[in-house]
Design a protein around this ligand. Structure first.
Ligand SMILES: Cc1cc2nc3c(=O)[nH]c(=O)nc-3n(C[C@H](O)[C@H](O)[C@H](O)COP(=O)(O)O)c2cc1C
Length: 192
């Protein structure tokens, strides 16, 4: 498959970057063609603003959005890698979603209701957290950060097979646990 990885973390020495490297390696081992958009290394305007609305309402897709939509259309599978920030997405990635997954490209409003337009076979979302898993279970808090992406965005846009993985408490686990996590990340890439 052609796989687009959208990656959102500002620090190239972060654990997230190690996850990016291992998942990408796993995807390539499995024979996929991989393109990566690192949203901090190649910044993408992250605010859907009045200028965008003016152009879009006038029937023109801003060129930087068109470029991303072409990348999305090239892909048959999508992978997102990012840390959980304030129980949600880093603003760089939220802005990418706001500006790229536009009505008419990613979904349509039809007389029968909303319809997803993305044709990707599958998607994978990989998150890291600072909080440990038991704190999320205790507060029933997993849904808060998982479902806006898996259901509210990817399944909503028509992708049937959406897999999600969290690596919890990344800053406080010992190095050997992080190594195990990275081995798991490689497998996720290989099995995609
Ligand atoms: C702005 C910001 C907001 C954060 N919000 C959360 C949060 O809501 N829940 C959580 O578990 N961790 C939160 N964290 C911690 C990060 O998720 C954690 O440090 C990161 O996933 C670890 O991966 P890294 O080493 O690659 O950055 C936040 C960190 C930052 C910088």
């Amino acid at each position: 498959m052609n796989v687009l990885v959208v990656y959102s973390h500002p620090n190239p020495k972060s654990f997230n970057h190690a996850v990016l490297e291992t998942i990408t390696a796993g995807l390539k081992e499995a024979g996929h063609a991989v393109k990566v958009h690192d949203l901090y290394a190649e910044p993408f305007k992250a605010t859907l603003d009045g200028t965008d609305f003016g152009q879009i309402m006038g029937g023109t897709t801003p060129p930087d959005i068109q470029k991303e939509q072409d990348l999305v259309s090239w892909a048959e599978g999508l992978v997102f890698i990012y840390p959980v920030w304030w129980f949600g997405l880093p603003a760089a990635l939220k802005g990418w979603i706001d500006r790229v997954l536009l009505q008419g490209f990613a979904f349509a409003i039809t007389p029968e209701g909303l319809k997803g337009l993305l044709k990707h076979k599958k998607a994978l979302v990989v998150n890291t957290t600072g909080g440990p898993e038991d704190s999320y279970d205790a507060g029933k808090a997993k849904e808060i950060y998982i479902r806006p992406m898996t259901d509210g965005t990817l399944r909503f846009c028509g992708i049937p097979d959406v897999q999600h993985k969290t690596f919890f408490a990344v800053p406080s686990v010992p190095p050997e646990v992080r190594e195990t996590m990275l081995a798991e990340a490689r497998q996720l890439g290989k099995a995609f």
